[in-house]
Design a protein around this ligand. Structure first.
Ligand code: CA
Length: 250
């Protein structure tokens, strides 16, 4: 938590932005958590790649700080899993002692948004975290060629679900629900084209600007999570056998 009297300077829906840290060196991990919390964020720690993925499956943070060298799955494998399998688009800041240019380029090409070489100063880390959150908020991260703020500036409504592209607020029977960025983008796209059926390949390309590989379950995984969150309205989101998905009013 922030120190008494300290102002939380970055919030999401009134809550401090959440940050997951994946770092296998306990002293470094604990220090990062302490400093991030002291800077007004909510943060938590995973100590290896498997724990990181399990944690992200349960709760998607607003940003991930990911160490490259980890036991088990390394940072790049975690990153690949997040981007390809989970279609998770949160900003990722990689940290590593590896400082060669080819390493940096590899990380960025795999989907990291920024890279910091160890050892680094906490002030620089926090500044980069804030910058990434700001860019993500504005939709300025490179692969986000977004449906959310451009195509449909007016609120979209299908049945009891209302989605505001500008504010990123989604309500279900008037109650706000919390969606990840991927879930929001898929829902925005389908609500903007209600009644139309789209293939997985179309959705993956249109929403995430990624080529669909046969057998890739990214879209299905996002649909599954979205259905759970839509509760009584989950039936709006229909699988069309052999084709893909559509969103239909009740
Ligand atoms: Ca390490």
């Amino acid at each position: 938590m922030p120190a008494p009297g300290e102002t939380v300077d970055y919030t999401r829906n009134g809550q401090p932005a959440s940050i997951a840290v994946v770092e296998d060196e306990p002293a470094v991990g604990q220090l990062l958590i302490h400093q991030l919390n002291h800077s007004g964020f909510r943060s938590w720690l995973a100590v290896d790649g498997y724990q990181a993925i399990e944690m992200m499956t349960q709760q998607t943070p607003d940003l991930l700080i990911l160490d490259w060298m980890l036991p088990g799955l390394d940072g790049l494998q975690v990153l690949q899993y997040l981007r390809r399998t989970m279609a998770c688009e949160i900003p990722v800041l990689m940290i590593s002692a590896r400082a060669d240019e080819p390493d940096l380029v590899r990380c960025l090409e795999m989907g990291a948004d920024d890279y910091l070489t160890k050892p680094f100063g906490i002030a620089e880390l926090v500044a980069r975290v804030r910058a990434l959150l700001r860019r993500a908020e504005r939709g300025n991260l490179p692969r986000r060629n977004g449906v959310e703020a451009t195509e449909h500036p007016q609120p979209l409504q299908v049945g009891s679900v209302v989605l505001c592209p500008d504010t990123h607020v989604v309500t279900l029977d008037g109650q706000p629900i919390k969606l990840t960025r991927s879930e929001f983008r898929l829902l925005a796209y389908l609500m903007g084209h209600a009644g139309q059926t789209f293939s997985r390949a179309h959705l993956q390309e249109a929403i995430w600007n990624q080529r669909h590989i046969p057998g890739d379950r990214s879209v299905d995984n996002v649909v599954l999570r979205l259905r759970k969150k839509l509760g009584s309205c989950s039936s709006y989101l229909e699988a069309v056998w052999g084709v893909g998905y559509r969103l239909s009013p009740p």
